[in-house]
Design a binder for this molecule. Structure first.
Ligand code: HEC
Ligand code: HEC
Ligand code: HEC
Ligand code: HEC
Length: 163
């Protein structure tokens, strides 16, 4: 194979790779969800999350712990995911919406969000117990056990208009 062919191949590979990458859903952060999910009559999901332990998870890490990947993987959504997928989410927001609902860059559009099937196809997750257990498990140095019913009631942020 000559160099010209090699470079053409390399070029094609890079092109394909960047294309695939652009299609990946990325993490956008809770402030973006807030724009649409903080109306009192629809259950103000953002405020409920903000008041929950998840939004304060970084405050539990003291000194160097806040830089330790072993702690960050469960205490911060942004720090725990593939860094190529970080768009506008911050480490400081702790365990954010997208740890449970999936990275939002592709489903955050109103027309997609209104169509549950479409939203699910764009990476939205309606979380079940197994999502919680990615972090609520024995690997946590402060593990207190996990009862899904009890724990999900503590962080409930239902929309009363969709029930
Ligand atoms: C442009 C407005 C908008 C943005 C931004 C937005 N959403 Fe939504 N979302 C909606 C609408 C509209 C619905 C449909 C239900 C309703 O009317 O509230 C919805 C529904 C949902 C549902 C329920 C889906 C179902 O079928 O039960 C979840 C979960 C959700 N959004 C999470 C998020 C998360 C997490 C973010 C941020 C990453 C986000 N949304 C950003 C408008 C938005
Ligand atoms: C990305 C990791 C992660 C995921 C996923 C996760 N959690 Fe958590 N959760 C945490 C961390 C970290 C804390 C501790 C926050 C703190 O106080 O520092 C916590 C704390 C909690 C608490 C408070 C516990 C207490 O001691 O009062 C509840 C309740 C809870 N989570 C429920 C859930 C439920 C229900 C799910 C799934 C729907 C879930 N969590 C998914 C990381 C996670
Ligand atoms: C596997 C995920 C995971 C890892 C790794 C992890 N944590 Fe946590 N952490 C949690 C969860 C979940 C909770 C909530 C406690 C519960 O309900 O089990 C928590 C709670 C805490 C708390 C609050 C304790 C309490 O009594 O409520 C502190 C402090 C903490 N973690 C510090 C750390 C430090 C420091 C590290 C790194 C050495 C770390 N965590 C690693 C998941 C994790
Ligand atoms: C710790 C995990 C967790 C976090 C963090 C979280 N959610 Fe949820 N969310 C859930 C669970 C569990 C449900 C219930 C899913 C179901 O009913 O199937 C839910 C339901 C929802 C719904 C649907 C409500 C309804 O009744 O139709 C919306 C909208 C939503 N979440 C938005 C958000 C937004 C916005 C954030 C961040 C500001 C957020 N969530 C953070 C776990 C989480």
């Amino acid at each position: 194979m000559n160099f010209k062919k090699l470079f053409t191949l390399l070029g094609m590979f890079i092109f394909l790779f960047s294309f695939v990458n652009a299609q990946d859903a990325k993490y956008i952060g809770a402030a973006k969800c807030k724009m649409c999910h903080n109306k009192a009559e629809k259950g103000e999901q953002y405020n409920k999350w903000l008041a929950s332990p998840h939004a304060k998870a970084m405050a539990s890490l003291k000194g160097d712990e806040a830089k330790n990947p072993k702690c960050l993987k469960c205490h911060s959504t942004a720090a725990g995911v593939d860094q190529a997928l970080v768009m506008s989410i911050t480490v400081a927001e702790g365990v954010s919406c997208e740890s449970c609902h999936g990275p939002g860059s592709l489903y955050k559009v109103a027309t997609v969000m209104k169509d549950q099937k479409l939203a699910l196809s764009k990476g939205m997750i309606l979380p079940e117990e197994k999502v919680c257990k990615k972090c609520h498990n024995e690997e946590s140095p402060h593990y207190k056990g996990f009862n899904y019913k009890e724990y999900s009631a503590k962080i409930a942020h239902d929309d009363p208009t969709t029930k």
